[in-house]
Structure formats: structure tokens, C-alpha cells
Design a protein around this ligand. Sequence first.
Ligand SMILES: [Zn+2]
Length: 138
Amino acid sequence: MGWAWFSIILVASIFLAQFYWWIWIIVVLLILGGLGILIGGDKNKKCAWCDGTKIKFKNGVEGPWYWEHENKDGSRDKRFKDNFQVAQYKSNFSCEECGATTKFVHFLDKAPSADVKVRTRILSTKGSGERKGTNWPN
Ligand SMILES: [Zn+2]
């Protein structure tokens, strides 16, 4: 669910809550859920060397674009009116704690970026000290 939709549903719920008291329960749950996503973030987006979460975006690149519904040759499947394109994103993050670089591959998304949920985590360059982190999935 995108943040735009989240905001619309939240505002609509607050509006309706003026007429039905129990809708406040939904409003509170929505806010708590939203906060949880904001604070919790992506648990797999961490340093592959020290397991730390203080990592900084270094660089990234978009992968090739695919149609959500595509023909066998990769062209657009015109039977789907709401067809759209998605792309993978690969990013490099450097760790502020150990200096290691971790490479992430993100899920396919309409708006590929380093903020999209992580699919794989691979150590790119070693950090200082002993390794506590892992590649994911192993
Ligand atoms: Zn680290």
C-alpha cells in the first residue's frame, strides 16, 4: 500500500469517526501500523559485516524494466489495461560503524529505489573487526 492511499484512508477515517465513535479504533490502528512501518523499516537492510543498521546510501542502479503482464518475448501484454512496468534496484550501502560495503538487491517495483524492500544482501567489501553479520538469504 502506498503512502498516498494510506493518507487518504486515514483522513477519510478521521472524517467518518465524527459520526461513528468506533471508527476511532480503526484510526488508532492505522496510525500505529503506519508508525510501525516507519520506525521498524526493513529488518534485512543492515550491514552484512557487523550486523549494524547505521548504513549510508552510496550508490545504486536501476535494473532492466519489465511489464507486470508480459508476452513470452518480453513485450507488453495488451490484454491487460492496467499493465505497468517494474524494475529491480541494486544499491550499495557503506556502514558507519565498521566501514564495510553491503550490496542490496531490492524487489521489483513501479518506482525502483533504495527504499524498496530488500530481497538479497551481499557483503561487497570487508569491514573492521570480526564479522558478525551475514549474507541474506544464505
Ligand atoms: Zn558494519
